[in-house]
Ligand binder design. Structure first.
Ligand SMILES: [Zn+2]
Ligand SMILES: [Zn+2]
Length: 435
């Protein structure tokens, strides 16, 4: 018996020494050492952008990197998605970190030496392709996070589920994709996360700043169509038909009263936008039908349902008043709102303030853009934050917006993203293991 006590005691000493908590300074040093490579990866992705569900090259690069770190890599999830787990040596919680990989059908017009000249197919047309939303930065950042976590694996509690997600901007027509498809394909099955984190680079903030808020952060987004059906007639004899163009004009105007007259604006805002009207071919023919296309933005399930009910009522009653019909259809797989878990947001805010300095963390307004990370945030307590990439000294209000053909990522912001994700994840793991 006694012979067994000695090695056990020795082991404990060794264990205590090598399992000392990972410090913020150590994370920063490791992140700084990696900065050049992370920027190289990002430029490589930027030069070779790929549209949603077609992130083949990007995904292969990510998988190759994760394999060189000695990680077991699951590929081909939701088409091109990748998942790997960094297993800490100590028991502890599980966190999920997610980056998106897809680019947009935008022809780049920056003069960067690594600008994209790539093309792709979008809705049957050849289009320019550009990382106009910064997902190239997100992917490179998470590759860097993976490398640092692996370096500290022996001293880390718990595990980290690294998720490289395709098609955040929406799958091509007729296909599924993105976060909901990854979830359906068992994203959370190998290790149920206790928390999930993601970031987005944004031109609305200067480099060095990050932004978040507890509760709803980004809007749920629905896409809708309204088909207005009347009866065709000669443009000179409108009384012979039912004019769906005049009916559509009435519907478009009446829809605006949902937000201006029918929504409690002291609660949560909403947006109803008609973005396309398709109908008619000639000056003097009243067409049979008109199609309206648009989007709805809401910040809660109740508000979403309320807006949809009102839209349906308005569309069908305005149409009926003229003897026409109108049917509202919602596109499948709408994004729910991104809701930050309030308690976790407090914890994350403290980590971000420690990592970046107190003045760097800015309270966010509600943002009416959508994001499919919302699906993960529904399944797991989550926090999502924005990372500034407009150079210090430039007014963010004048910077080209995300999705613009001139969208520009100040690469100094990539380091801020890398450090923010590392600090948040490692703080969470170490706090969750009782440290
Ligand atoms: Zn985007
Ligand atoms: Zn994006």
């Amino acid at each position: 018996m006694q012979a067994r006590f000695v090695p056990a005691a020795l082991l404990l000493t060794v264990a205590q020494a090598s399992f000392a908590a990972v410090t913020g300074a150590e994370l920063d040093a490791a992140a700084a050492a990696l900065e050049g490579r992370v920027i190289e990866w990002r430029r490589d992705f930027h030069r070779h952008p790929e549209l949603a569900n077609r992130e083949v090259r990007t995904s292969a690069r990510v998988a190759e990197h994760l394999r060189t770190l000695g990680l077991e890599v699951r590929t081909g999830m939701a088409h091109t998605g990748i998942v790997a787990i960094v297993q800490g040596k100590l028991p502890g919680p599980t966190v999920l970190l997610r980056a998106d990989m897809d680019a947009l059908p935008v022809t780049e017009s920056t003069d960067l030496p690594f600008r994209s000249t790539a093309t792709g197919e979008f809705r049957g047309r050849s289009v320019g392709v550009m990382h106009a939303c910064g997902h190239d930065a997100h992917t490179a950042i998470l590759m860097g996070v993976a490398e640092v976590l692996v370096q500290f694996r022996d001293r880390l509690p718990g595990k980290v589920l690294l998720v490289f997600q395709p098609a955040e901007e929406g799958a091509p027509e007729g296909e599924r994709g993105g976060a909901p498809l990854m979830l359906d394909e068992g994203l959370l099955e190998p290790a149920r996360p206790d928390a999930a984190f993601a970031l987005h680079v944004g031109s609305m903030l200067n480099t060095g700043q990050v932004m978040l808020r507890p509760g709803p952060l980004m809007a749920g987004s629905d896409f809708f169509s309204i088909l207005v059906t009347g009866r065709q007639s000669h443009g000179s004899r409108p009384w012979k038909g039912i004019d769906p163009i005049v009916v559509s004009a009435g519907i478009v105007s009446a829809l605006q009263t949902i937000v201006s007259r029918q929504t409690d604006i002291t609660d949560l805002p909403a947006v109803v936008t008609v973005g396309a009207i398709n109908g008619g071919v000639r000056h003097n023919i009243i067409p049979d039908s008109v199609e309206l296309l648009g989007t709805i933005r809401t910040f809660s399930d109740a508000s979403r349902q309320d807006v949809i009910d009102r839209m349906r009522r308005i569309a069908s009653n305005v149409a009926e008043a003229s003897g026409a019909t109108a049917t509202l259809e919602l596109m499948p797989a709408p994004n729910p709102p991104v809701v930050n878990d309030p308690a976790l947001t407090e914890q994350v805010t403290r980590s971000l303030e420690r990592a970046l300095g107190e003045g760097s963390v800015i309270p966010s307004r509600l943002l009416t853009v959508g994001e499919d990370f919302a699906y993960i945030a529904r399944a797991v307590p989550s926090v999502y934050w924005w990372v500034g990439i407009t150079p210090a000294g430039t007014d963010p209000a004048t910077a080209p917006d995300n999705h613009s053909d001139k969208f520009f990522v100040d690469e100094a912001g990539i380091q801020v993203g890398l450090r923010s994700l590392l600090h948040v994840a490692v703080d969470y793991l170490q706090a969750g293991s009782g440290r």
